[in-house]
Design a protein around this ligand. Structure first.
Ligand code: Q9C
Ligand code: ZN
Length: 341
């Protein structure tokens, strides 16, 4: 399948994240995309550049204030004499007002971010915009008749909510792909998220809608990021009630435990009978991932691809997490190869 890639991802670089009480270099680093690009190319998936769909599809799903902040954040940072990378230092938690948008840049950081692990650097907007265009282009390829397409999205997207960013994510690439397919006449679309972390942003965007089913299999938020979403009792609201499903799993989950839950999640997707499928593809389920705690091995990634392929649906893959950098490329390529086999 075609792999949509933009070198602009590399402009999002140089940040530090607050990780377990320490400032450390970001796990979400540019070399991730280089390893994936090289491995998917070696596996025979031809690279293609993204088209430019503009801001309209982004503004259709994300709050205009969030988008304007992401676009201008680093300029605001420079205007108060700062450089380097931006992290928030105060959040609108319980007891704080939710209805005040702070006028200053530090206040806005706390208003729009939901963690201190997602730095903004000078090139973050350019990279996030290009990443979104990669997802939209992959969706267009599938809408135009390809059986499947892979968007090599960096930065990732599945944690980005309507009006909040975090979890290394700024714009929700998987949601943009799903909405694009809807806009091109696919009446129903399913998003299946197999990243180690709950796809809270995608859930948020489609939570009150029955036309886009969201399903996520992930490390339990009882112990895993993002901690405050991803529980099994989050099933949608309003018209969307019953159209969100979460499958939280404990730390240490291995393939023998994972495979059955993946089949259950795929069964939920199949029962929805969607016209198209988006896979939010994280490979941070890998046993050597530095920030995750599942025990999947390299040999299991082709099996995940093959299981997804058995749904027989037009499928867009968006790249999400995966931080075992040296192995990320081969694990991603293995999913795509398993899908096509
Ligand atoms: N260190 C994805 O896999 N890190 N995001 C913990 C700060 C957040 C992972 C908080 C992990 C986010 C796309
Ligand atoms: Zn993840």
């Amino acid at each position: 399948m075609k792999a949509v890639y933009s070198p602009l991802h590399a402009r999002h670089d140089g940040g530090m994240e607050l990780h377990r009480g320490e400032l450390v270099p970001c796990f979400e680093m540019p070399s991730r995309a280089d390893y994936i690009r090289d491995a998917v190319t070696a596996a025979g998936h031809g690279l293609t550049a993204p088209r430019d769909f503009g801001l309209a599809p982004i503004l259709a799903l994300h709050d205009a204030g969030l988008v304007e902040f992401l676009r201008s954040a680093f300029d605001q940072w420079k205007a108060v004499g700062k450089d380097g990378f931006m992290l928030p230092s105060g959040f609108a938690a319980r007891s704080m007002r939710q209805d005040v948008i702070p006028p200053g840049v530090n206040g806005k950081l706390g208003y729009y971010a939901f963690d201190a692990g997602t730095p903004i650097v000078e090139g973050t907007w350019d990279a996030a915009y290009a990443s979104a265009q990669c997802a939209l282009t992959a969706a267009a390829l599938v809408a135009e008749g390809e059986r499947a397409a892979y968007a090599l999205c960096r930065p990732p997207g599945h944690h980005a909510a309507k009006a909040a960013y975090g979890g290394y994510c700024f714009l929700n690439n998987a949601a943009l792909a799903a909405q694009y397919l809807r806009d091109q006449g696919r009446a129903t679309v399913a998003v299946l998220d197999v990243d180690y972390h709950h796809g809270n942003g995608t859930q948020d965007i489609f939570y009150d809608r029955a036309d886009v089913l969201t399903v996520s299999v992930h490390g339990t938020p009882e112990t895993e990021y993002p901690f405050f979403r991803g529980f099994a009792d989050e099933t949608g609201e309003g018209a969307g009630l019953g159209f969100n499903r979460n499958f939280p799993l404990p730390r240490g989950t291995d393939w023998d435990s994972y495979r059955g839950v993946l089949e259950t999640a795929l069964g939920v997707v199949a029962a929805f009978k969607p016209d198209a499928l988006v896979i939010a593809l994280g490979v941070d389920t890998y046993e050597n991932d530095p920030i995750s705690a599942f025990k999947l091995k390299a040999e299991h990634y082709p099996l995940i691809g093959a299981a997804i392929a058995r749904l027989g649906l037009p499928t867009v893959f968006t790249q999400e997490g995966g931080y075992a950098v040296a192995e990320i490329g081969t694990n991603v390529a293995a999913v795509l190869t398993g899908f096509e086999r």
